[in-house]
Every structure is written in C-alpha cells, then in structure tokens.
Design a protein around this ligand. Structure first.
Ligand code: NAP
Length: 277
C-alpha cells in the first residue's frame, strides 16, 4: 500500500492499545518514523482495558486511521474481533499490529519477522538447533518464525505443560532443560519474562555456558534492562549475546511499512530507542 494524498483531518493517526499503556516506547518509535517519512502523523498510546477493546478496535475504521499496535492483554483477545488475519497471526494466535484498509481491519504479527530480522542483524546462523525458553505469546512467535526458516526448535518452559501445548500447535519439541543436546545448539532465545521485572533473575539459573558451542548466539527478547543476567553470564562464557531492542525496532519498522507503504530504515527506530529507552 502507498498512501496517496492526506486524510481529511490532515493528519494520519495510529495507536497503541494496551493496559497499562504508559511508559511504552512505541510512540517514540513511530513519531520518529513519521518524521523520517515526511508524513504528517500522530501516534498515541491509549490505555484500553479488556472490556473496552471491541469499541476501541471499531474506532480504527475511521478514514484517517492507519491502524494500531496491540500489547498486553490484547494480542490474543483481538483475534475474533478482526475482519481477517495474516498467515502468521493466525498460526501464532496473536496479533501485535492491526492494519486498517478501506474500512476493514487486518490482524498481523510483526513480532515473528521482526525477530528474524534481529537475528539476521546479529549474524545468526541460517538454521540448526535452537532452544526457545518460554511458552507465552513471544515464544509462540519465535517458534513459528524459526520453524518457518527450517530450525530444529526445542522449547523449554518453567511450566512443561505449556511448552507441550505450544509444540502441539506449532511443531518443535518440548524438552526439559536436562534433555536438550546443548553441544549441538547454535541459538538460545529467551522468550520468557525472566529478567524483566527482577534484574537478578535468569531463565537458566546455574547454567554452564561452556556446554554450548563457542559460536552459539544468545538472544534475549527482554530489552529492559538492556543487560540482563542471562546476557551477562553468556558473555562471560565467551558467547555473543544480544538484547531485545533490535527486535523491538524491527517489529515497529514492519508495522510502519504495513500501515504506510513507506520503508523507514531500522536505524531510525534504533536511534529513537537510544534516545527514549
Ligand atoms: P507471557 O505470555 O506472559 O509469557 C511469559 C513466559 O515467561 C511464560 O512461559 C512463563 O512461564 C515464563 N516466565 C515468567 N517468569 C519466569 C521466570 N521467573 N522464570 C522462568 N520462566 C518465566 O509473555 P510474552 O508476551 O510471551 O513476553 C515474554 C517476554 O518477551 C517479555 O519479557 C516481553 O517483554 C518480551 N517481548 C519482547 C519483544 C521485543 O520486541 N523485544 C516482543 C514481545 C515480547 P510459565 O508458563 O511457567 O508461566
């Protein structure tokens, strides 16, 4: 899609719907993108409690609205409320981007391709054995994305039943930490929230990173704090380790191009994060 002309109001609008919505970095990202693209646009983070989601989505059908990002607790709840879903959103079972096109609302998941783009930036190998830690929405996006690229995916989660449910839906193998053939693993992804709220928390307590090949990459989707305990310990073990800021930037870049048709370089989003985070 390419935007032609201007909306009646003169300004394109996009939103984040979440609860809570304050402290989100998305407004900084998309305002930088509007400015770079030379588009007159506004992006607002709106606190939308669960009960208000249907009405909030209806408001996206206004002619000057490009769409919205969805975050906790709406990524799954929005699915039945939209007119259509992309293949990724359908398979993953989560929507992080709603695209408004001619009165219709399309559900998309840019976390999955955003994650793959972040891996490519980090120089990750093309495929091999990957371990995904966690079994929530972010883990589902990671498993779907990795499997689409031919990775052999092992899912390790605190609650094993959730890992089993995930792999039943998306493929891959649910394993206990002790069952993973660590010496064959070329990618470890933290898609759990361990390390998010408590800085001394890690999804792999007491793990010996020497068990991994020296070329393995550790990717932590957590970006606040930037340097999690997992990343610190992986680097101390001599491994390359990256935080989730690059995925955050890429998922926003992909949402922006889906809304506007304008390709804004990822560096614009990374610079905005650098300033805001
Ligand atoms: P979610 O649906 O709530 O899932 C959380 C997962 O983390 C569950 O599997 C849970 O295990 C596990 N977990 C929570 N605390 C843990 C702990 N202390 N030790 C081990 N496992 C723990 O959350 P989500 O939406 O998938 O998000 C997960 C993380 O990804 C968050 O930190 C989020 O910020 C991040 N994320 C980053 C990006 C990005 O762009 N960088 C995008 C999306 C998400 P149980 O099943 O046992 O409860």
């Amino acid at each position: 899609m390419t935007l032609s002309g201007r909306p009646v109001s003169g300004v394109w609008r996009a939103f984040l719907y979440a609860d809570p919505a304050a402290h989100s970095l998305s407004p900084a990202l998309h305002r930088a993108a509007f400015a770079h693209a030379g588009l007159s646009g506004e992006y607002a983070a709106v606190r939308v409690p669960s009960a208000a989601l249907p009405a909030a989505l209806e408001r996206l059908r206004a002619p000057d609205v490009l769409g919205a990002n969805l975050s906790l607790p709406h990524k799954e709840a929005a699915l039945p409320l939209l007119d259509s879903l992309s293949e990724a959103a359908q398979a993953i079972g989560a929507v992080n981007t709603v695209i408004h096109r001619g009165g219709r609302l399309i559900g998309e998941n840019t976390d999955a391709p955003g994650f793959l783009a972040a891996l490519a930036d980090a120089g990750a190998p093309a495929a091999g054995v990957a371990v995904v830690l966690g079994a929530g929405g972010a883990a589902r996006a990671a498993v779907w994305a990795l499997r689409s690229q031919g990775w052999d995916v092992r899912v390790v989660n605190r609650t094993p039943g959730r890992a089993q449910a995930l792999t039943r839906d998306l493929g891959g193998l649910a394993q206990a930490r002790e069952e993973v053939p660590w010496e064959q693993v070329s990618l470890v992804v933290n898609a759990s929230s361990a390390g998010l709220a408590h800085q001394d928390e890690t999804p792999l307590p007491g793990f010996d990173f020497a068990a991994l090949p020296p070329s393995a990459l550790v990717y932590d989707m957590v970006y606040k704090p930037r340097e999690t305990r997992l990343l610190r310990e992986a680097r101390r073990g001599g491994l390359q380790a990256e935080n989730g800021l690059s995925m955050l930037a890429h998922q926003a870049r992909l949402a922006f191009v889906a809304w506007t048709g304008v390709r804004v370089p990822v560096g614009v989003f990374l610079a905005a994060l650098e300033e805001a985070a």
